[in-house]
Design a protein around this ligand. Sequence first.
Ligand SMILES: C[S@@+](CC[C@H](N)C(=O)[O-])C[C@H]1O[C@@H](n2cnc3c(N)ncnc32)[C@H](O)[C@@H]1O
Length: 440
Amino acid sequence: MNHSLPLSQLLGHAADAVQAVRGGESLTTALERCPAAARPGAQALSFHALRWLGAAQAVRAQLAPKAPPPAVDALLLTAIALLWPNAWADGDAPYAEHTLVDQAVAAARARAKPSANFVNAVLRRFLRERDAVVERALRDPQARFNHPPWWIDRLKTDWPAHWQAILDADNQRAPMTLRVNARRGDAAAYLARLAEQGVAATAVGTHTVVLARPSPVHLLPGFAAGDVSVQDAAAQRAAPLLLGAGLAPAARVLDACAAPGGKTAHLLELADLDVTALDADPKRLVRVEETLQRLGLRARQIAADAGDPAPWWDGKPFDAILLDAPCSASGIVRRHPDVRWLRRASDIAALAATQARLLAALWPLLKPGGRLLFCTCSVFKAEGEHQIDAFLQRNPAARLAAHPASPGHLLPLADNVNERPSPGPRPVADGFFYALIEKT
Ligand SMILES: C[S@@+](CC[C@H](N)C(=O)[O-])C[C@H]1O[C@@H](n2cnc3c(N)ncnc32)[C@H](O)[C@@H]1O
C-alpha cells in the first residue's frame, strides 16, 4: 500500500469505519464520511479489519477483558487484525509490525490522549505472547472463522460438506471481474486490448474477464464508451439464464428489482427487448439510468414496490421476469466484509418473507409459457432452494426448469465459474442462487 497520508491517520479513519459498522452502519456509508484523499487507504485497512474482526475481538478480550471506549476499541481491533499472523496469506503484509504499533499508538493519541499507553501496552503484549494468544483465540469459532456463530451454524446446516470452504472463501479478496458488452466485442478481443496496455487478465467466459489486479474503471480501455462493465462472474449468469434459447424481439421483460442496473444492462446487451426496470428505491434507480446511458441502452424505469403491482402495471403480461430479490448478501461477503457483522439471525426469515411476497405478487404478471428467473446473492437455502420449493408447492402452474437451465445454488468456491475452470486457487465467482421457473 502506498498512500501519501501518514499511516496513523489512515488507521484513525479505518477505525472510525470499523466503529460505525460495530454500531450497525454499513461500511459504504461509513466510508463516505472519510476525506477523499484518505478513502482508498482507509477502505483497504477497514476491509482487512472486518475480515479478521472475530479474531481481533477474541484477542482483545484476552488481553483487555474490560472493553475500552468504542473509539479506542475499534482502533485496537483494527491494529490487532493487521497484526494477526497469516492474515496476509493472499498478499504481502504492507507494513512492518513495529511501524504498525507505533502508528496505532500515534492514532490513539490523536483520538483520546490517555489511551495511547493502553493501546501501546496491549499491542506490544500481543506481539510478545502472540503464539499462545492466537492458539487460545482460535478455540472460539467466531475467531477461527470470522463470522458470527449463528451464521456459522446456518452454513453447517445448509452445507454440511462445504461450510468451512465457504467461510474461508468469504475472507479472501474478491477479484475484479468485467463483462464485455456483447454488442461491442467479446472476452478474447478485450483481453487483446488489455494486453496492449500491459494489463494482465484471464477470460473465464465468452464475455467475462477477470483482472489479475483491480484497476480504477477510468483506466479500463473503452469503459466510458460502454465497451465493458464491472460485474461478478456469478451475477453474469442472470441474463443468459433468463434468455435461455432466446426471446422474441421486443419481448416484454420485467426486471423487478433492477438497481443499480447491472443485470438490466446485460439483458439489453444480449437481445433487443422491451425492458421495464423497476426498483423501490428512487435514488438507486438513478444509477440504472447512468448505467444504461453509458452503455447506450434504454429501458422504461419505474420507482415502485414490485410487491404491489396495481399502481404501476398496465395489465399486459410479461414474457419474462427477472426477480433479483433483496437478500442477506451472504454470497458476496468477499466484496462486503461488513455484511456478516451487520446482519442478525432474525433477518433471514424476514428477508425470505419479503422474497415470498415479491414472488407471489409478480407471478400473476407472467404470461402462460413465460419464464421467471428468481435469484439472490445468498448461499442460505432459506433464500434459495427452500424458498423455491415452497413456491412450487403453492403454485401448481409453476415448473422448475431442469439443470443447467436452472442451476440452483452456486457456492463461492474455486470450481464455481462461468463456462471455464478457475485460473487459480481462489474462487472466481460470488455465491448466488438461480431458479428458472416456467409457467405452464
Ligand atoms: C440485489 S439488488 C438488485 C441488483 C440489480 N438487479 C443489479 O443486477 O444491478 C435488490 C434491489 O431490490 C430493490 N428492492 C427491494 N425491495 C423492493 C421492492 N419491494 N420492490 C422493488 N424493488 C425492491 C432494492 O432497492 C435493490 O436495489
